[in-house]
Design a protein around this ligand. Structure first.
Ligand code: HEM
Length: 245
C-alpha cells in the first residue's frame, strides 16, 4: 500500500507542476504536451505502469481492510465512537472511490477525447516554422498533404474546465484527493517504520502539507478557467485559417 501510494504521489505532484505550465501560455504548454506525445512507446510504458500501480494499490487496500477485520476477535455491536483519528483517515474509502471515478472520467475527457469531443478536437498547424492555432470549425481532413499538425492540448484544457459542471467536478475530485493524501502521506511513514521519537510531529504534518499543496495547485486551475482568469490565447488563428481554407 505504502510503496504503490508513494509512486502515485510522485505522479500526482509532477502532474500538477506540469499542468501549472498552462499559466505560462499556449507555446509553453503545447510544447510540453507535444514532447510527451513524442515519447511514443515510452509514454505507453508509463501509462501501463501507472495503471498497474493503481490496480495494485486498490488490491492492497482491499487486503489491508480484510486483515483489519479478521484481526478483530469480536465484532463491534455499535457504530464505532472514534476518538483518536482524523476526518481524513475515516473517509479513505470514500475519497478513494471519488478519485477512481475521477480518473476514469479524466482519461475519457483528456486522453481518449470521448467525454467531450468538441473540446478535444482542437489542432495547431505548422506555418512558416511556427505552430499556429486553428479556428474551432477547422477541418483537419482538408489540409494539404504534408502539413504538420499537433494536438492543441492548451485549448482542450482551458475550454474543458471552463464548463461549470466539469470545472466543479474537478474541484470536488481534487478536494477528495487532498483529503486522501492528508492521511495517506503520513500513514505511509508509519507503515515504513519511519515515524518515531522526534520525527513523529514532523511525519504528522507531511500528509496535511502535501494535501494542501495539491489542493492549492489543482483547484487553482479549474478556478482560473471557471472565472475567466485564463482565456484561450488565439494569436495567429486568423493567419492559420487564411493559409489553409
Ligand atoms: C485540476 C487537476 C488536473 C488537471 C487540470 C489535469 C489536466 C490534465 C490534462 C490536460 C491531461 C492531458 C494532457 C495531454 O493531453 O497532453 C491530463 C492527463 C492525465 N491526468 Fe490529469 N489533471 C488533473 C488532475 C489529475 C489527477 C488528480 C490525476 C490522478 C489521480 C490525473 C491523472 C491523469 C492521467 C492518468 C492522465 C493521462 C496521461 C496520458 O494520457 O498519458 N490528473 N491531465
Amino acid at each position: 500500500m505504502a510503496v504503490t501510494g508513494a509512486l502515485l504521489v510522485g505522479f500526482v505532484v509532477q502532474h500538477m507542476f506540469a499542468n501549472l505550465q498552462i499559466f505560462l501560455g499556449r507555446g509553453v504548454y503545447n510544447d510540453y504536451a507535444h514532447f510527451m506525445q513524442s515519447l511514443g512507446k515510452l509514454l505507453w510504458v508509463a501509462r501501463l505502469g501507472l495503471i498497474l500501480i493503481v490496480v495494485l494499490h486498490i488490491w492492497a487496500a482491499v487486503r489491508v481492510s480484510r486483515l483489519n477485520d479478521e484481526a478483530r476477535t469480536y465484532r463491534y455491536h455499535k457504530p464505532r465512537n472514534y476518538q483518536v483519528t482524523t476526518p481524513w483517515a475515516r473517509y479513505m474509502l470514500f475519497s478513494g472511490v471519488v478519485i477512481f471515478l475521477f480518473i476514469v472520467y479524466h482519461i475519457l475527457h483528456f486522453t481518449a477525447g470521448v467525454a467531450d469531443p468538441a473540446v478535444f478536437n482542437h489542432w495547431e498547424v505548422m506555418v512558416d516554422g511556427h505552430w499556429m492555432p486553428t479556428p474551432d470549425t477547422f477541418d483537419i481532413t482538408k489540409l494539404p498533404a504534408g502539413t504538420e499538425i499537433r494536438h492543441d492540448a492548451y485549448e482542450m484544457f482551458i475550454l474543458g474546465l471552463k464548463k461549470p459542471t466539469v470545472g466543479l467536478f474537478y474541484i470536488v475530485a481534487n478536494g477528495a484527493l487532498a483529503m486522501h493524501l492528508a492521511h495517506a502521506c503520513s500513514s505511509m511513514f508509519h507503515t515504513l517504520g519511519l515515524s518515531y521519537g522526534k520525527y513523529r510531529p514532523f511525519v504528522a504534518l507531511i500528509g496535511p502539507g502535501i494535501g494542501a499543496l495539491l489542493l492549492f495547485g489543482n483547484v487553482l486551475m479549474p478556478l482560473a478557467m471557471l472565472t475567466g482568469m485564463v482565456e484561450v490565447d488565439a494569436v495567429g488563428a486568423v493567419a492559420a485559417a487564411s493559409g489553409h481554407h
